[in-house]
Design a protein around this ligand. Sequence first.
Ligand SMILES: Nc1ncnc2c1ncn2[C@@H]1O[C@H](COP(=O)(O)OP(=O)(O)OP(=O)(O)O)[C@@H](O)[C@H]1O
Ligand SMILES: [Mg+2]
Length: 278
Amino acid sequence: MTPYIKKEVLLKASNVSLCYGDKCILRDINFTIRDIVRPGLQQGQVVSLIGRSGIGKTQLFRVLSGLQKPTGGDITIHERKPAEVGGGIEVWRERPVQPGDMGVIFQNYYQFGWRTVRQSLLLAARKNPALADKEADAIREYAVRFDIAEVLDYYPAQLSGGQQQRVNIIQQLLKGSDFLLLDEPFSGLDICVLEKVTELLLQVSLSDELKTLIIVSHDIATAAAISDTVFILGRAAGAAGSTLVREIDLIERGLAWRNDLRDDRGFRDTLAEIKDCL
Ligand SMILES: Nc1ncnc2c1ncn2[C@@H]1O[C@H](COP(=O)(O)OP(=O)(O)OP(=O)(O)O)[C@@H](O)[C@H]1O
Ligand SMILES: [Mg+2]
């Protein structure tokens, strides 16, 4: 198996619950996402959150992003301060997640109608200090890689659903956050674009050791194929609200970081196991 170490905690959900009045959507959600380190490689983290329609994935997504305050519990993120700030020693700081900490790609999100794609992307790129004076180049590069170069001067109403989706993804990538939350990023994409988007998400995850992608998806096979961990959200009989019913470590099973998974027996068995939990 590929050597790896799970190091510092990057994100922690502790006893998260979410209720609207008497209706409990989420309860007792606990998990951690750790920095995965592979010797000699730059390795990010990719986590999939899987569950039946209506189980609470988008609600958990909103809580994780800091946009929705949970009824109980909390989400904290851990940040690394540069060594020079900590006097040569790496310093980690834990704090509650705030809106804006994560790049968020919503399910069926529509861009502002009065801005062209290029204008929306430029606004996003300007939020990223690492792109100062290179915004236009970065936009051009992503537009080519995501196959939307021809629609950069279009308005959102002139885009297909799949093009919208890719614009949303690029917009968040340009902002440069370590965490990227994606709700149903594969819906509405044809098979060629789907392959391109998954390949690009993988590349994004490898672009920085601390890059962490959290993907909510119905497309279990596509999501699992690029993930290192799968969390399954489900409901125990008789209990109010959904909780994590299983965590599958795909690295331990030798099912992470490979591009030959579709034909792998162990991968197919894992997909069947996930479906059984839904
Ligand atoms: N403001 C609200 N008040 C009460 N219930 C709500 C509210 N918003 C969402 N819900 C309920 O929360 C539950 C979970 O919804 P959520 O959108 O998270 O499901 P999901 O797992 O993302 O489903 P899908 O896969 O179809 O997107 C649903 O039963 C929904 O009716
Ligand atoms: Mg949803």
